[in-house]
Design a protein around this ligand. Structure first.
Ligand SMILES: *Cc1c(COP(=O)(O)O)cnc(C)c1O
Length: 400
């Protein structure tokens, strides 16, 4: 390898904030302070013998950026240190990560169980895509552990969930589902996007694989797409490495660099956004015309106790129901001046969306009702603006 780590520090002795600034650094011979962007497709070898050694694996250097690149490797290593995972693979988007993590584990004749409250495209993978290739899937209410138990079959290879769920912010008991999956000989994949790696560690709760859309909090400033899969060396080798290498949903080194730099400020941003979200949940609960507030950090959340047990905070998202259904929700959101209407989340800018007509429009009204996505429900991703300005914006939209 042309890049090296001079005077390496012991990552095991460092706290997450430190690892997110220094972890996984591969400094080139130029000694740059900031991590370099290696915008290169390939790599050159001094001799044919060197090329042979690279290809045989005797020399572990880089070969081709579809599956190995120094900037991407820095992002992967930093993520692995943060998550406490043995291995990580970055992908072009969160959906590329979810697709590879699920497809890599199954073949025709296998079965998958998933909580039905999933990000829309994740639900498509489980409900529509896998069955086209002979992989049966069962969607259940993820909060009901009996439904997980009942859905398991002898050929169940993977279970899949996200918690908190999007957009109703239900909490699923990750440790309990991991136990059920393992008892049935299956592996558990957790989409940890809404919780963020700062507030929830699914691998420590027993999950076998964690996936992120790095597009969200890890970038955190709305710039680029990215994804990452984290698991044991064995899991990556058995299910992920070759699929990614041969099919090529690769992340651009430039995007990996943006995300790598995003990790440096992730703890600061998530802490502030979660603190503001907790305060705003209480503000919104007191506004006229608000029927219900959903925030995992509030005492009135249906799974408040579980949220406290498995998360280090209530998260950066809240949802609330406006009286008057769709018309009421539209009227409220259209009156906001600071908070922008957008389906994205985890951004420095606070963003609001009406799930029934945007992110979850594809579902039938019955499927939406089953998930608790009412016509009056709004989902708010809390950004880095000052709490008082956000509170004033929400009060203004409520007509105060
Ligand atoms: C955004 C998101 C994804 C998909 O990520 P992309 O980067 O948009 O492909 C998957 N799961 C959850 C929970 C998300 O919020």
């Amino acid at each position: 390898m042309s890049a090296s780590i001079p005077r390496p520090f012991d990552p095991a002795a460092m706290r997450p904030d430190t690892l997110l600034v220094h972890g996984g650094g591969l400094r080139s011979p130029f000694g740059e302070t900031s991590e370099a962007v290696f915008l290169t497709q390939g790599f050159v070898y001094d001799t044919m013998e060197a090329a042979e050694a690279r290809f045989s694996g005797a020399d572990p250097g880089f070969i081709y950026s579809r599956f190995s690149n120094p900037t991407v490797a820095m992002f992967e290593q930093r993520m692995a240190l943060l998550e406490g995972a043995e291995a990580a693979r970055a992908t072009a988007s969160g959906m590329a990560a979810v697709t590879a993590a699920m497809l890599g584990q199954v073949k025709a004749g296998d079965h998958v169980v998933a909580a039905k409250a999933l990000f829309g495209s994740c639900r498509y993978i489980v409900e529509d895509l896998l069955p086209r290739f002979g992989v049966a899937s069962t969607l259940i209410d993820g909060c009901d552990l009996d439904q997980w138990r009942a859905a398991m079959r002898p050929n169940t290879k993977a279970c899949f969930l996200e918690s908190p769920t999007n957009p109703t912010l239900d909490i699923i008991d990750i440790a309990a589902v991991a136990e059920i999956a393992h008892a049935g000989g299956a592996r558990l994949v957790v989409d940890n996007v809404l919780a963020t790696p700062m507030l929830q560690s699914p691998l420590k709760l027993g999950a076998d694989c964690v996936v992120y859309s790095a597009t969200k909090h890890i970038d955190g400033q709305g710039r680029c797409l990215g994804g990452v899969i984290l698991a044991s060396e064995q899991f990556i080798a058995d299910h992920v490495h070759n699929l990614l290498r041969q099919t090529g949903p690769s992340i651009s080194p430039f995007n990996a660099w943006v995300l790598l730099k995003g990790l440096e400020t992730l703890p600061l941003r998530v802490e502030r956004q979660a603190r503001t979200a907790a305060a705003l949940a209480d503000v919104v609960a007191g506004l006229p015309g608000v029927a219900k507030v959903l925030y995992p950090g509030r005492a009135d959340h249906p799974q408040a106790e579980l949220a406290r047990r498995q998360m280090k905070g209530g998260g950066t998202m809240l949802a609330f129901e406006i009286e008057g259904g769709k018309a009421g929700a539209f009227h409220f959101a259209n009156r906001l001046r600071l908070i922008r209407i957008s389906n994205n989340l985890g951004d420095a800018k606070s963003l609001i969306t009406h799930p029934a007509t945007t992110t979850h429009q594809r579902l039938t009204p019955e499927a939406r009702a089953e998930l608790g996505i009412s016509e009056g429900l709004l989902r708010l991703s809390v950004g880095l603006e000052h709490l008082d300005d956000l509170a004033a914006d929400l009060a203004g939209a409520a007509g105060l």
